[in-house]
Design a protein around this ligand. Structure first.
Ligand code: FAD
Length: 440
């Protein structure tokens, strides 16, 4: 019996239910990845990380006697072509929630029925399967995090699956050339792959203890930075959560629950990246291309905002606290629509994915189903609290390197002669709030 395993966002051999089941139930297994040219242009940073992850996966599979078969084109057509060539009777893949993924699943289901191939969808992208937990009051998904978190904590998680030791690929299947790894756009971006992800996970587990105190501390950089590895499935979210639970790191496990939460939201609300989740919440946005450009370039004149936006460009990643501050600045201070902000993040973030990016943008913009739609973020108070000595700002905004301590957060309050010596713009005007924090 021959099985095809279609890898998508589960680029790993450890705790990979689709791969483990294929190896247990078939004599020959074809690990397959199909590069969809339609997705290639979305984000050079993510494309680079993907290609690195594929190269790593191929090397790991080869170490186990197997290979990673690569094709380029429409994922459904290419998968069915490979399945036909090898006479596969089984096709396995991880279930996923986005509109793109579900369309792919539906098309594969129809094709497999026609070709009498048994298609099985496996867990693995999240910790608890989206759609399994149902709110007590009815409805297909939880709209609010806290009750979801309670249900999630007491849910039974699946067992981790064993890593296959040997993989036998049928003779005569062309492996296909590995795509050249591009430069991406961010010079300081993290490198992709399961090997690197597992290495970082190992290091991180020794740094979990101070997480509750440090995760909001901007200069400390005290978060796991595992998000991109979770995004591409180089690290199993379940294995990570189990390891954190063993160390009683509940605050960290709770963050992983946010990820699952947004996945189950997307299952019932697939248009989350274009439409407000809360009805009629999108009535009042402005279009302001000039202000948007200042924000994108990290030239708003508000140092904490500019530091975050520049970290995004430099690293393809931004600290969560800075994501909150920058997203709130665009929507609540400039009054600009959340969707261009979301699109900008989606281009640069290596961890950029539809459920988390859209869910969080809507949370900040107040268009989501969260219970506090009128939440405000005063960027200066945020800066003083989470970057009290200005270390984070000076790290990413070199024009302000000479300004010491917390004074760096409000350059407009510096004496005029010092201010004139800084090659740094004045703050953008507010279109929403009173912006009392701007007054000298
Ligand atoms: P850690 O603090 O180490 O957290 C561990 C993991 O928990 C993260 O890797 C992530 O998988 C999950 N997590 C933590 N916070 C959140 C959260 N608020 N929502 C969902 N999952 C969370 N995260 C993405 O993975 N992709 C995105 O596209 C994305 N876009 C965002 C956009 C905005 C406007 C905001 C405010 C947040 C966004 N986040 C996104 C959530 C969060 O900022 C990142 O997951 C986190 O900064 C990643 O860094 P880390 O791995 O060091 O996090």
């Amino acid at each position: 019996r021959t099985a095809v395993v279609l890898f998508t966002r589960d680029l790993r051999v450890h705790d990979n239910p689709a791969l483990a089941a294929a190896c247990a139930n078939a004599d020959r297994v074809v690990p397959l990845f199909v590069l969809d040219p339609k997705l290639a242009g979305l984000s050079p940073n993510r494309l680079r990380f993907l290609h690195q992850s594929l190269a790593d996966l191929r090397a790991t599979l080869r170490d186990r006697g197997g290979d990673l078969v690569l094709r380029t084109g429409d994922p459904v057509a290419e998968t069915m072509k490979v399945a036909g060539e090898v006479g596969a009777t089984m096709l396995g893949m991880a279930a996923d929630v986005t509109a793109y993924a579900r369309r792919r699943e539906r098309r594969l289901t129809a094709e497999c029925e026609r070709e009498r191939i048994s298609l099985r969808l496996f867990p693995g992208v999240t910790i608890v399967d989206p759609g399994v937990l149902r709110p007590g009051g009815g409805g297909p998904a939880y709209k609010v995090f806290s009750p979801y978190h309670r249900a999630w904590q007491s849910a039974t998680w699946r067992d981790e699956v064993a890593t296959p030791r040997r993989i036998t690929v049928p003779d005569g299947v062309a492996a296909g050339g590995m795509p050249a790894i591009g430069a991406g756009e961010s010079p300081d971006a993290a490198g992709g792959g399961e090997t690197e992800g597992r290495r970082r996970l190992g290091t991180w587990l020794n740094h979990l203890d101070p997480y509750p105190d440090l995760h909001d501390d901007l200069p400390a950089d005290g978060t796991s930075r595992l998000s991109a590895y979770l995004r591409f499935g180089c690290v199993s979210p379940l294995a990570l959560a189990n390891a954190a639970r063993q160390r009683n790191a509940e605050a960290y496990v709770r963050q992983l629950c946010w990820r699952d939460f947004y996945y189950q939201v997307v299952l019932t609300f697939p248009k989350i990246s274009t439409d407000a989740y809360r009805p009629n919440a999108d009535d009042t946005w402005r279009a302001d291309p000039e202000a948007l450009k200042h924000w994108q370039d990290g030239q708003t004149g508000v140092p904490i905002v500019d530091a975050g936006m520049r970290q995004l460009r430099a690293e393809g990643w931004m600290h969560n606290r800075a994501r909150l501050i920058t997203a709130a600045f665009l929507t609540k201070h400039l009054g600009v629509d959340w969707r261009p902000g979301l699109a900008w993040f989606f281009r640069w973030l290596i961890d950029g994915d539809v459920p988390n990016n859209s869910g969080n943008w809507q949370w900040v913009a107040g268009t989501g189903n969260d219970t506090r739609p009128y939440r405000r973020f005063n960027p200066i108070r945020q800066a003083q609290r989470f970057d009290p000595d200005g270390v984070y700002v000076r790290r990413y905004v070199p024009e302000l390197k000479s300004v010491e301590g917390a004074a760096v957060h409000q350059p407009w309050r510096l004496p005029a002669d010092i201010r004139r010596g800084l090659d740094y713009p004045g703050p953008l005007e507010s279109h929403r709030d009173e912006a009392v924090w701007l007054r000298p």
